[in-house]
Design a protein around this ligand. Structure first.
Ligand SMILES: Nc1nc2c(ncn2[C@@H]2O[C@H](COP(=O)(O)OP(=O)(O)OP(=O)(O)O)[C@@H](O)[C@H]2O)c(=O)[nH]1
Ligand SMILES: [Mg+2]
Length: 245
C-alpha cells in the first residue's frame, strides 16, 4: 500500500456534509475560484521538481537540473464537479538558495516534505524542513505530507524498512505519508488528488463559515464520496524573474 491507515491522518472517505451539499447545489462560493498554495520542500536531489513535472507536464527527466530559488506550477482539478486549482511551489534544496526559497513559505495551505527513499539522511532532514515552513505559517493551519520519492529504485525488504521508518516519522510530524515515483508515475496523480481534495474541503468550509449563519446551514447530514478527476488541460504560469538564473 502506498499509504497505510497508520500513516493517514484523515481516514474519512466523505466530505463534510456541508461541503458535499454545497457541491451538489453548486454553492461553494468563492472557494472554487481560489488557489491553494502548496509548498514542496526537502533536500537537494530528492526529486521535488521531478514529482511536480510528472504531475503537471507528464514528463520525467533523468538529468539533474538544480532548482534555483523557487519555481511554481498551477494544476487544475475537478472535485465533485467544481473546478479547483493548486499552486504548487517548487523550492530549491540547496543550502545556498534557502533564504530565497523561504521567502515563499508564507500562506501555505499544504506543506509537502519530500525525501529520497534510498537515502535515509534525507528523511532525517525532513523535520528541519517542516519546522522552517511552519515558522512562517500559523500553527495548525496547514495539511502536512511526508512523501518518499524514487519508489521505483526500491523493492522488497529495503522498501519495507524505509517505509516503516517514514511512517514512524510521519506520525511524529503529524503528517500523512505517501510514497511515489516520478519516473514511473506511480501514485503521483493519486497523491496530488488527495492533496487537492483536502485543500478544497477546507477552503469550502472556510467560505461557508464566513457567510451569514442561515446560509451556512446547508448540510443534510449525508456525505458524498470524494470524487476527483485530474483534467487533461493545465496552465503553467511562472512569476516574472523566478525559476531561472
Ligand atoms: N529513478 C528515479 N529517479 C528520480 C525520481 N525522481 C527524481 N529522480 C532523479 O533524481 C534527480 C534529482 O531530481 P530533481 O527533481 O531535480 O531533485 P530536486 O529535489 O528538485 O533537487 P533541487 O532542485 O536541487 O532541490 C534527477 O536526476 C532525477 O532524474 C524517481 O522517481 N525515480
Ligand atoms: Mg528542483
Amino acid at each position: 500500500m502506498w499509504y497505510t491507515p497508520d500513516a493517514c491522518l484523515q481516514l474519512k472517505e466523505h466530505f463534510h456534509s456541508q461541503v458535499s451539499t454545497a457541491c451538489q447545489h453548486r454553492n461553494t462560493g468563492t472557494a472554487g475560484l481560489r488557489l491553494s498554495k502548496v509548498v514542496v520542500v526537502g533536500d537537494l536531489y530528492v526529486g521535488k521538481t521531478s514529482l511536480i513535472h510528472r504531475l503537471c507536464k507528464n514528463v520525467f527527466d533523468r538529468d539533474y537540473k538544480a532548482t534555483i530559488g523557487v519555481d511554481f506550477e498551477i494544476e487544475r482539478f475537478e472535485i465533485a464537479g467544481i473546478p479547483y486549482s493548486l499552486q504548487i511551489w517548487d523550492t530549491a534544496g540547496q543550502e545556498k538558495f534557502k533564504c530565497i526559497a523561504s521567502a515563499y513559505y508564507r500562506g501555505a495551505q499544504v506543506i509537502i516534505t519530500a525525501f529520497d527513499l534510498t537515502d535515509v539522511q534525507t528523511l532525517e532532514h525532513t523535520k528541519q524542513w517542516l519546522q522552517d515552513v511552519l515558522r512562517e505559517n500559523e500553527a495548525g493551519s496547514c495539511f502536512i505530507f511526508l512523501v518518499g520519492t524514487k519508489k521505483d529504485l526500491l523493492s522488497g525488504a529495503a522498501c519495507e524498512q524505509a517505509e516503516a521508518e517514514a511512517v514512524h516519522l510521519a506520525n511524529e510530524m503529524q503528517a500523512e505519508y505517501w510514497s511515489v515515483s516520478a519516473k514511473t508515475g506511480e501514485n503521483v496523480k493519486a497523491f496530488f488528488s488527495r492533496v487537492a481534495a483536502l485543500a478544497f474541503e477546507q477552503s469550502v468550509l472556510q467560505d461557508l463559515e464566513k457567510r451569514p449563519s442561515t446560509q451556512s446551514q446547508v448540510g443534510d447530514g449525508d456525505g458524498d464520496l470524494i470524487r476527483i478527476e485530474v483534467p487533461k488541460t493545465q496552465e503553467n504560469k511562472r512569476p516574472p524573474g523566478l525559476g531561472c538564473c
